[in-house]
Design a protein around this ligand. Structure first.
Ligand SMILES: C[S@@+](CC[C@H](N)C(=O)[O-])C[C@H]1O[C@@H](n2cnc3c(N)ncnc32)[C@H](O)[C@@H]1O
Length: 264
């Protein structure tokens, strides 16, 4: 069995703090984004929503399109509280997504994996923090989750986030075909090697020098670790930042190739 604990031990021992980072770009990222402890006002409303979802006993039917699909069958019933506890990124990571979007102000954004909309809300809040309304598409296979996430995003004031329902395998390419470019993408669904690499390759033609791609759960399985290694080795990737639970990818041509493992 793939040993995630062993990987984490390796990460913990090898991860650098800001003092070990010599790239000015990554040093700024660490000091101004990763280490930013400001309690931005948007956090409270999103965490209040999470709390209400954690207490929501409504049972909903969810279709499983992701990495668990073959084990669990394609449709199953789940309490909203359970989905909020298991699928949504914890506050620490949601807040980081907020700060990344706040810092880079992406205006053309994609999220693969909406679930209840918690990470969508964090990213929408960060990207709109300077008053602009970005183009933000969030993709989800399960129709009931799309419905619930839309209610949640509307309640938080982010009704402008566009929900795209359907299997990523079918929805991503038509969406990309109608987008001018992609400044930011968060890939948080279907954690398997082949689809992850395929989504990455599909995104690349619309990406540019300033694009930030974020991959979730890069050590979730042996498969995902291999996908992460291939992504880092791609000729267009110059900088990667491994935070263990998330991997950040930059395509900055002006930057010498370097792969960072940063303690977070
Ligand atoms: C981990 S959850 C997303 C959590 C969310 N980003 C958050 O942090 O609040 C992953 C979601 O991706 C969806 N998903 C997985 N594979 C998919 C696929 N191939 N097509 C469409 N949706 C998929 C699942 O239904 C699930 O809701």
């Amino acid at each position: 069995m793939f040993d995630q604990a062993r990987k984490y031990a390796w990460y913990y021992l090898n991860a650098k703090t800001k003092s070990g980072v010599h790239s000015p770009f990554v040093y700024d990222l660490v000091t101004q984004v990763l280490e930013d402890k400001t309690e931005y006002p948007e956090y409270a409303a999103i965490e209040k929503l999470r709390l209400s979802l954690l207490n929501n006993k409504l049972v909903t039917e969810v279709e499983d399109f992701g990495a668990g699909a073959t084990e669990r069958g394609s449709t199953y019933e789940r309490k909203v509280s359970e989905i909020a506890a298991k699928a949504a990124k914890p506050a620490k990571w949601g807040k980081l997504l907020y700060r990344l979007c706040r810092r880079f102000q992406p205006q053309h954004m994609i999220e693969l994996g909406t679930s209840l909309g918690i990470s969508s809300a964090y990213q929408a809040a960060g990207a709109s923090s300077e008053g602009k309304t970005p183009e933000f598409h969030t993709l989800e296979g399960s129709a009931n989750l799309v419905e619930l996430s839309q209610i949640n995003l509307k309640d938080l004031g982010y009704s402008w986030v566009n929900a795209v329902q359907g299997n990523f395998d079918e929805t991503l390419q038509p969406l990309l075909d109608q987008m001018e470019k992609v400044d930011y993408a968060f890939i948080d669904g279907n954690h398997r090697k082949e689809p992850t690499l395929r989504y990455f390759e599909q995104l690349l033609p619309k990406c540019h020098n300033g694009t930030l791609l974020i991959f979730d759960d890069i050590y979730w399985s042996k498969d995902m670790s291999e996908a992460w290694e291939e992504i880092k080795a791609h000729p267009r990737v110059t900088v990667s930042v491994d935070l263990f639970y998330l991997g950040l990818v930059f395509l900055r041509e002006e930057q010498a190739e370097e792969h960072f493992v940063i303690r977070f």
